[in-house]
Design a protein around this ligand. Structure first.
Ligand SMILES: Cc1ncc(C[n+]2csc(CCOP(=O)(O)OP(=O)(O)O)c2C)c(N)n1
Ligand SMILES: [Mg+2]
Length: 396
């Protein structure tokens, strides 16, 4: 395989800890986790814009935010590692796509938006669900097909939802969530809400036709839709250069503006999402390309090492890991000691183990649940279009 075509940017180094940031005010030690003293930090690399002036590299953060980023990303990472073990122990069945490596996209996006803004994604959805306020118990219960799961144990890994905080799934058909996301943005515009929808998709999905059709309509109607391409550089075992004539995904909207972002830097993601939200409310859709990486294979049946080298995976872990980047910032600002961060990780490991134990106590769905929420023609509630043709029927 011609691995020589691999993007040389995958291993671009992180800035050194010393060049990471400028403290505007001295911080107190021991600092409280509620400390909101402003800290300004420079993003790892500049943003690159397409048909828009990119935002500044200087991002404002606080000790509280940095510690929250660390805790949330470490929890997501631990959850995914535990899911890997549960899958191997056959307690999770069916599909399972893990997000470890990509955590900065989830936490950076949440830091820029509210739960009234909507998020919709593909099947790699566990961590986005946690970011929306979902709990570990609900997540593990869903993974193991238990009643306490966020989709009552009937969705599984690919179908996590949390409508009360604007999370619309969890979709298994590559690219299908993008038109649905534009529909959510249409509803937001129609009801004159000042909220936006983030529709996430992969570099593989970026080549799908329906994405361009939805984007065309979103642009015609100035919908507050933000298309987020999580470019982890591989589809299902296919490197981006084999699937995309142009891998500059932030430019693929042609007439729609775009921004290329270091998706391994939570603060860069926050800055970009804030910028995109403001843009979308005023002008309509925008594309954010998040340059990121998945450590696991595509799904559990893929060892993830046949179409990329082990050196590449290790290199990204060493040079660009999103959690290590925040750890360095926390240490360089003396917000916590190495030991305190290690203790926090131990505590998280315990929380995850407890959540798994609790999820295992939840029963499987009752057999009577087999047909609830399943569309069956001729049964239950019926809806009709203007031409009186039945558009769908669902059991109540
Ligand atoms: C319409 C459709 N075609 C093919 C598949 C099989 N499939 C599942 S994931 C995937 C690759 C998608 O890669 P990407 O969009 O880069 O997302 P990633 O898995 O990297 O997050 C493919 C081809 C599918 N689920 N749906
Ligand atoms: Mg991909």
């Amino acid at each position: 395989m011609a691995l020589t075509h691999r993007s040389p940017n995958l291993l671009k180094p992180l800035a050194t800890a010393a060049s990471l940031s400028v403290i505007t005010q001295p911080l107190r030690r021991p600092f409280s986790t509620d400390d909101t003293t402003p800290i300004t930090v420079e993003t790892s690399v500049p943003f690159t814009g397409h048909k828009c002036d990119p935002p500044s590299r200087t991002v404002e953060t606080t000790p509280k935010e940095l510690m929250t980023f660390f805790r949330d990303m470490a929890t997501m990472r631990r959850m995914e590692i535990a899911a890997d073990s549960l899958y191997k122990a056959k307690l999770i069945r069916g599909f399972c796509h893990l997000y470890d490596g990509q955590e900065a996209v989830a936490v950076g996006m949440e830091a820029a938006i509210t739960k009234k803004d909507c998020i919709i994604t593909a099947y790699r959805d566990h961590c986005l669900y946690l970011g929306r306020g979902g709990t570990l118990v609900e997540a593990f219960s869903e993974l193991m097909g238990r009643q306490a799961g966020c989709s009552k144990g009937k969705g599984g890994s690919m179908h996590f939802y949390k409508k009360d905080s604007g999370f619309y799934g969890g979709h298994g058909i590559v690219g299908a969530q993008v038109p649905l996301g534009c529909g959510l943005a249409f509803a937001q515009k129609y009801s004159k809400e000042e909220h936006v929808t983030f529709a996430l998709y992969g570099d593989g999905a970026a080549n799908q036709g329906q994405l361009f059709e939805a984007l065309n309509m979103a642009a015609l109607w100035d919908l507050p839709a933000i298309l987020v391409c999580e470019n982890n550089h591989y589809g299902m075992g296919t490197a981006e250069w084999r699937a995309a004539k142009s891998p500059a995904y932030y430019k693929r909207g042609d007439y729609v503006p775009g921004l290329k972002v270091d998706g391994m830097d939570a603060l860069a993601v926050k800055q970009a999402c804030k910028f995109a939200k403001e843009h979308a409310l005023k002008n309509g859709p925008i594309i954010l390309e998040m340059d990121t990486y998945r450590y696991h294979g595509h799904s559990m049946s893929d060892p993830g090492s046949t179409y990329r080298t082990r050196d590449e995976i290790t290199g990204v872990r060493q040079e660009r890991d999103p959690i290590e980047r925040i750890r360095k910032l926390v240490l360089s600002h003396e917000l916590a000691t190495e030991k305190e961060l290690k203790d926090m990780e131990k505590e998280i490991r315990k929380e995850v183990d407890e959540a798994i134990a609790k999820a295992k106590e939840s029963p499987m769905p009752d057999p009577s649940e087999l047909f609830t929420n399943v569309y069956v023609k001729g049964f239950g509630v019926e809806a009709f279009g203007a031409d009186r043709k039945e558009v769908r029927a669902a059991l109540p």
